[in-house]
Design a protein around this ligand. Structure first.
Ligand SMILES: Cc1ncc(COP(=O)(O)O)c(C=O)c1O
Length: 355
């Protein structure tokens, strides 16, 4: 089975030797410290490391989380009451939809196009009386579309958040996997209105379960209390490993390698699709991340999936990322996990399934 479905990093890119050296050193030299309980908000040094990469944010504004998924859950359980409205993209990352639904939110979807969330559409709804508590965005290399929000839309969203008084939850696990320029967040984004989620899952290892959230001051204490009742704190061992790895001299070249490998695999996948489907599908080329979002001219991709499985490949049908009946001819293909050879073979099998 060749899977282009999962959002798993390429395991060949895990820095296994480097992390094992760090882990051994930490346990040998600081074992009694890192095997002990830690602070709920996270290790001070790791909070500093994340803050350093977030303009206008200091370590005290950062809470270390058990992956960015926990950051999503913590913010949802802290701010949402039953029936509160949360704006999400259509399509949107399934894990976020699940969290908001679990905490009783009413989801209002706004289309995502090649420039990210359609903020004009949101503004139209706000003018019409929509009053969300929060708006969830994956502004950089969105899952599943691969789209990044244009600067104009980011500025417009920041202004709307101020005018209508909602929180922006910016989930950003793919920001370091850029293929052209590094993403930038406009300075006008009001720190009192933005929650920023970060993660090392796509750059170091998802198994470490280390992420971070930068929250407005007024939310710090309630989020820390929520985290305390969830897990007391994120693994102290994982935090210590992540902190050392992020400061290691090999880390910047490691990030550069991930970008280069994924960029090449993105191009392999696109080339294979162009050859196999010749004009029978459309997509926008993602400038980073792990996903290609394609409109297959093959009817319903949910119905196509069993045929693809019979051929020995799988993908995620578009319907998984939003309301049923939406996006039914779309599919998400990941170019991150499979090897270049498997990407080509997988596309061949997908084409066979459509015939
Ligand atoms: C948009 C988005 N947010 C959050 C996550 C979860 O990441 P983590 O491993 O940091 O919990 C993912 C994982 O695929 C994702 O795509």
């Amino acid at each position: 089975m060749i899977s282009l479905a999962g959002g798993l990093p390429d395991p060949a890119l895990f820095p296994t030797i480097e992390l094992s050296v760090i882990a051994q050193r930490i346990l040998a030299e600081r074992g009694r410290e890192v095997l002990q309980y830690g602070e709920t908000a996270g290790s001070p040094i790791l909070r500093e490391r994340f803050a350093a990469a977030l303009p206008g944010v200091v370590a005290d504004d950062v809470i270390i989380t058990t992956g960015s998924q926990q950051g999503l859950d913590l913010i949802a359980r802290t701010i949402l009451d039953d029936g509160d409205m949360v704006v999400v993209g259509d399509p949107e990352y399934l894990g976020a939809l699940q969290v908001f639904r679990t905490h009783g939110a009413h989801l209002q979807s706004v289309p995502v196009d090649a420039d990210g969330l359609d903020v004009d559409h949101l503004e139209y709804q706000l003018v019409g009386g929509l009053r969300p508590k929060a708006c969830y965005i994956v502004a950089n290399f969105h899952n599943p579309t691969g789209a990044s929000m244009s600067r104009a839309r980011r500025l417009q969203l920041a202004a709307l958040a101020d005018r209508y008084g909602f929180l922006v939850i910016e989930d950003d696990p793919y920001r370091d996997i850029f293929f052209d320029a590094a993403p930038v967040s406009p300075e006008c984004e009001n720190p009192n209105r933005y929650v920023r989620l970060r993660s090392v899952s796509k750059t170091l290892s998802p198994g470490l379960r280390v992420g971070a959230m930068a929250v407005p001051r007024w939310l710090l204490e309630p989020v820390v209390i929520a985290k305390q009742s969830c897990d007391l704190h994120t693994s102290t061992v994982s935090q210590a490993i992540a902190a050392d790895a992020m400061a290691a001299s090999w880390y910047p070249p490691h990030l550069a390698e991930i970008r280069s490998v994924y960029r090449t695999k993105r191009d392999v996948l696109i080339r294979a699709l162009e050859i196999e489907f010749a004009g029978r599908l459309s997509f926008s080329t993602p400038a980073g991340g792990m996903f290609l979002w394609v409109d297959l001219d093959a009817g319903d991709t949910m119905a196509l999936l069993p045929k693809a499985l019979e051929q020995g490949m799988c993908f995620v049908p578009g319907e998984a990322f939003g309301l049923p009946t939406h996006r039914s001819s779309w599919a998400r293909l990941s170019f991150a996990t499979a090897s270049a050879e498997d990407l080509v073979e997988g596309v061949g099998r997908l084409a066979a399934a459509t015939k």
